[in-house]
Design a protein around this ligand. Structure first.
Ligand code: BLA
Length: 509
């Protein structure tokens, strides 16, 4: 077998993070074959149960664990449902007369994987804790407050210094959209990061396993023994709670001055919508019960978010119909209004936010807000007459279809054009400025930077630069919902315009 290529900053989306073969030292791992022989053990097992890997490997599990513990674990295994299920047992004595452990058990292929850490004897009732968290959240009005409250609750539960709600855009980059902080630390709210900060295989894994904690970025990962089975296969640790994470990511966290990290997937309509991303400025391991509660909270939060998003979409569509009606009845009374770009902008921006608007009707141009100048607008109309069909046309990067537009991306990088007639076409055009213009970045972010082997590239500041390059000349894309609204406006406007021209024709006769 060819040795795997070294992972660096250019290929980290190929790092096989599910088979790195190490656990974090806060717990240990035993993997059993289908007939319950010990086939793999993490090298630190002796720290917890006094037996080294050599004393356990190849032995029946009854040589290691008590009959009671085996009975309990077997029962739990029969409860595992679905390929990605994990069962937990709190306060289980693994050996007769030995200390209690909090234990997780799941299947990795044919193997039963048992992970354990010293029991926290946490009396917390996960379900009632989560119930009261959810009850509070249900009463919050508005999306921003909902996300902020979610962050506050995760912080109250886990005690992390910083809890962010990090939301992915369609292209995988992301933004901190809500935050709860220990007083006195600087905010990351509104900051953007490139997709490569959470590479594609990590995002795929986070859909399957929604919770992870890195308890101490300085802790030495502990190898699983043996790394490869006789067939040369590494243990798939995708669902492990103790999985040690990518060294590249550890370096990133260290460069950010972070001591512990925890994240919970937010999944909406089967897609990774975002993460609760939590940082602590020292080592931190919430108890097993707290982590279970946080995971459950993440699942319920995701469902609540999904239903709120649906309700928001319905509201939005209702509101857009009203806007279309308002526009129509006003223009039907006074068709000169169609040439009044400022008035049009006032109405349309309510439902399709943009920075400027231009109207081109019968060769007359009117511009309002942040827009290109008249000659540039004429060139855009000219281009659209060539490319656009009789549908709403949109781009989030005008410079890539009309090279000269790169020069004014700070005013118009995004375009949404509503054609109002057949050739030569008339248009209402909305403009969005380059995203960078409206994005916040606190220049002093990386005060804590220490340079590791991968240097300052792995720091939030460098990340932001990478993101900036990606979005140069790009506006925030018009969403599918906004395009639908624009289509509604188009049909409605066409209707009035036809009616107007009919009445003009009638007057002429
Ligand atoms: C994983 N990267 C992650 C995770 C987060 C981030 C939240 C999940 C693991 C965790 O809980 O810590 C990124 N964290 C962020 C971002 C913020 C934050 C954007 O707090 C913003 C405030 N990371 C890089 C680069 C690479 C990289 C350049 O920055 C690769 C070249 C890799 N990140 C990387 C990998 C993982 C990761 C491989 C997976 C870690 C794992 O689960 O094994």
């Amino acid at each position: 077998m060819a040795p795997p290529a070294a992972v660096d900053l250019t290929n980290c989306d190929r790092e096989p993070i599910h088979v790195l073969g190490t656990v974090q030292p806060f717990g240990f791992l035993i993997a059993l074959t289908a007939d319950w022989l010990v086939s793999r053990v993490s090298a630190n097992a002796a720290d917890f149960i006094g037996l080294s890997p050599e004393e356990m490997l190849g032995k029946p599990v009854s040589a290691v664990l008590s009959a009671d513990a085996i009975h309990t674990l077997r029962n739990r295994i029969t409860l595992l449902r679905g390929p990605d299920a994990v069962e937990r047992v709190f306060s289980l004595a693994l050996m007769d007369g030995g200390p209690a452990f909090d234990v997780a058990v799941h299947f990795s292929g044919q193997l039963v994987v048992i992970e354990a850490e010293p029991a926290s004897h946490d009396e917390m009732e996960a379900s009632s804790t989560v119930r009261s968290m959810v009850a509070r959240l249900g009463q919050v009005e508005g999306m921003a407050a909902f996300l902020r409250d979610g962050a506050r609750q995760v912080r109250a539960l886990t005690g992390f210094d910083r809890v962010m709600v990090y939301r992915f855009s369609g292209s995988g980059d992301g933004e901190v959209v809500a935050e709860a902080l220990r007083p006195g630390i600087e905010s990351f709210f509104g900051l953007h990061y490139p997709a490569s900060d959470i590479p594609v295989q990590a995002r795929a894994l986070y859909l399957r396993n929604i919770f992870r904690v890195i308890a101490d970025v300085n802790a030495l990962p502990v190898p699983v023994v043996p790394q490869l089975d006789p067939a040369g296969v590494a243990l798939d640790m995708s669902l492990c709670l103790t999985r040690a994470v990518s060294p590249i990511h550890i370096e990133y966290l260290r460069n950010m001055g972070v001591g512990a990290s925890l994240s919970i997937s937010i999944i909406v309509e089967g897609k990774l919508w975002g993460l609760f991303a939590c940082h602590h400025y020292g080592p931190r391991l919430p108890t097993f019960a707290q982590r279970s509660a946080a995971e459950l909270f993440g699942q319920i939060f995701s469902m609540m978010l999904e239903s709120r998003e649906r309700a928001e979409t319905a509201d939005y569509e209702g509101k857009s119909r009203q806007v279309a009606d308002r526009l129509l009845s006003a223009v039907a009374q006074d068709n000169e209004l169609l040439h009044n770009a400022a008035w049009l902008g006032d109405i349309i921006f309510d439902t399709i936010p943009a920075d400027g608007v231009g109207v081109y009707i019968d060769g007359r141009m009117v511009l309002s807000g942040l827009t290109p100048d008249e000659p540039a607008f004429a060139a855009i109309v000219n281009m659209m007459n060539r490319v656009a069909a009789s549908q709403v046309y949109t781009t989030d990067s005008l410079g890539s279809v009309l090279p000269e537009a790169a020069a004014y991306a700070d005013r118009a990088a995004g375009v949404l054009a509503i054609p109002l007639s057949r050739r030569p076409r008339d248009y209402v055009v909305l403009f969005r400025a380059e995203q960078l213009r409206s994005v916040r970045w606190a220049g002093q972010q990386d005060k804590h930077v220490e340079e590791g082997p991968d240097g300052p590239r792995l720091s939030p500041r460098k990340s932001f630069e990478a993101w900036s390059q990606l979005v140069q000349g790009r506006a925030l894309p018009f969403t599918p919902a906004e395009l639908r609204v624009a289509e509604t406006l188009r049909t409605a406007l066409l209707e009035v315009i036809l009616r107007l021209s009919d009445s003009v024709d009638a007057e002429r006769q």
